[in-house]
Ligand binder design. Structure first.
Ligand code: FAD
Length: 493
């Protein structure tokens, strides 16, 4: 579709965002409504597509992700047009979107999938870096290559990955909790993982099926950098696989964890009022540093730069102004069980939205890759159902939380209320741990399995998924449930 500046285009479906949620939603609509036009508006030059999708079990899924030029999508779906242009504003009542470069679109149905951006410990400080997209990962790699020490602040998935992946550079890791990886694990699992940080990283990581992210520009120039202020798609699993995360020094891991603390203040070496007096930085023999971080536990570390990995905030900015969207407690566009926002004909999916429906007792929203795909796909189906005036029920994938990932080179599977979220004291835990090999935790409530954490090659995910979904009373089995001499898979087959 040709599109000249300032002329308004009428389009049946407009999707904003070329990440997993937006692309999945656009594909769903383009394949179902082949004679209607679908426009995907995105700030980033490349789009993310899901390939090799595999349903591992009822709810667990596995897929690869590829960053591709938009032409790949357009060739696959002739009625889908991808336009690289950031949305500047939305007039929801008029069903009109305006882009930064002056295009205007009048839509019938809109799905906002604009993702999220890093929540930084401080804004606009050149010494503080957030990692979100390919451009910021590239910047991180560049700075790391000459760094002797970095301070990583945060305790979620990105911090976990970073701290493990970085070599040849001292890492000071400031976590607000009593244990590492609090978003995903309890203290027991953290204890299982922490010795890995004292070991050298294996020469070559285990073979990994997922896509590697390239930091090289594409041959057709599609990989141009984003203009300042534009947001690219969030990176995902294994974003670090294709890039070297090595600092200026020899050696593998060198990690110091500072527990139960945050950042008190950040100052540069020029700022003599805050810089620590000689002898108070952690390694005075190494001289001065570009930046100093004072932690809330009173310690001060000099470092080359700071990585802020303290979560994300939904990218809602261009959409909120002059509209009346209901917003969730975490700042996302609130959606109902049909992915509808509070503005008519506007849907939302992925990191930008906050699930506003009464969730199943075994599911919670987490801003993860898998949920971005599931929500994008389901939003597409909901939009279609509304257009066709057909009923649709909340998809089964929202019945049970499930996530497969890799931390510290271990396979990690999380199911249901894996950290006993929302269960208060009304639960018990069963544990099985073989140092360096596997860590299994089961959350039981009134004899029913509510969640599980599986670290290592346990092969238990399908059995546990079934036990959680069918809510069988397991009281009679007691601790034998995790007895290594009982083949639990056969037992419950
Ligand atoms: P995004 O992928 O962020 O896509 C948003 C899209 O919207 C982009 O194309 C952007 O350019 C576009 N956009 C934004 N604003 C505008 C605008 N105004 N106009 C037009 N377009 C706009 N998840 C996991 O499950 N496992 C992991 O191991 C994992 N690791 C991660 C590691 C890192 C470093 C990061 C940053 C995230 C990680 N995640 C991981 C999270 C996962 O990547 C996200 O949850 C997921 O990609 C969100 O997809 P999305 O489509 O909602 O948003």
């Amino acid at each position: 579709m040709a599109c000249s500046a300032n002329s308004e285009k009428r389009v049946k479906f407009v999707i904003v965002g070329g990440g997993i949620a937006g692309v999945t939603c656009a594909e769903q609509l383009a394949s179902q409504f082949t004679s209607d036009s679908v426009v995907l508006l995105t700030a980033a030059p490349l789009v993310k597509t899901v390939t090799n999708f595999k349903q591992v079990s009822k709810v667990l899924e596995d897929f690869d992700v590829e960053e591709q030029p938009s032409t790949v999508l357009e060739e696959k779906y002739p009625n889908l047009k991808v336009i690289q242009s950031a949305v500047k504003s939305l007039q929801a009542k008029e069903h009109t979107l305006l882009t930064e470069d002056g295009h205007s679109f009048n839509y019938e149905k809109l799905c906002v999938c604009s993702g999220a951006k890093p929540k930084l410990v401080t804004q606009s400080n050149p010494h503080v870096l957030g990692i979100r997209d390919t451009d910021s990962a590239q910047e991180f790699q560049k700075r790391l290559s000459t760094a002797r020490r970095i301070v990583v602040v945060g305790n979620g998935g990105i911090a976990l990955e970073l701290v493990y992946e970085v070599e040849g550079c001292e890492v000071v890791w400031a976590v607000k909790d009593k244990a590492i990886g609090n978003t995903f694990f309890d203290a027991g699992a953290a204890q299982f993982l922490i010795p890995t940080l004292a070991q050298d990283k294996p020469e070559r990581a285990l073979p990994c099926k997922r896509a590697r992210y390239t930091t090289e520009p594409a041959a057709d120039g599609a990989g141009r950098s984003l203009a300042s202020g534009e947001t690219g798609s969030a990176l995902g699993p294994d974003w670090h696989e294709g890039i070297s995360l090595r600092g200026a020094q020899k050696g593998s891991h060198n990690v110091t964890v500072e527990y139960q603390c945050g950042v008190e203040s950040i100052s540069t070496q020029q700022d003599t009022s805050h810089a620590p007096p000689a002898g108070q930085s952690q390694s005075p023999k190494e001289g001065t540093w570009p930046v100093y971080v004072q932690l809330t536990n009173g310690k001060t570390y000099g470092c080359d730069f700071i990585v802020s990995a303290t979560g994300v905030v939904p990218n809602t900015e261009p959409f909120l102004h002059s509209n009346s969207f209901a917003v969730g407690a975490d700042g996302g566009l609130l959606v109902d069980d049909h992915m509808r926002t509070s503005e008519r004909d506007v849907f939302a999916a992925g990191d930008v939205c906050s699930a506003g429906w009464e969730p199943s007792s075994l599911w919670q929203q987490m801003r993860l890759w898998t949920q971005a795909r599931q929500m994008g796909w389901y939003a597409g189906r909901c939009i279609a159902a509304e257009v066709l005036n057909e009923p649709i029920e909340l998809d089964f994938c929202f019945e049970l939380f499930s996530h497969i990932t890799k931390f510290f080179n271990y396979k990690v599977v999380l199911l249901g209320k894996f950290n006993a979220q929302g269960l208060g004291t009304n639960h018990e835990l069963l544990l099985r741990c073989t140092k360096g090999h596997e860590y299994i935790k089961v959350v039981l409530s009134e004899g029913r399995m509510m969640g599980a954490v599986l670290i290592g090659e346990t092969d238990l995910e399908e059995t546990f998924e079934n036990l959680i979904l069918n809510q069988m009373d397991l009281s009679a089995y007691g601790e034998h449930l995790l007895d290594p001499d009982i083949d639990i898979e056969d037992y419950f087959d």
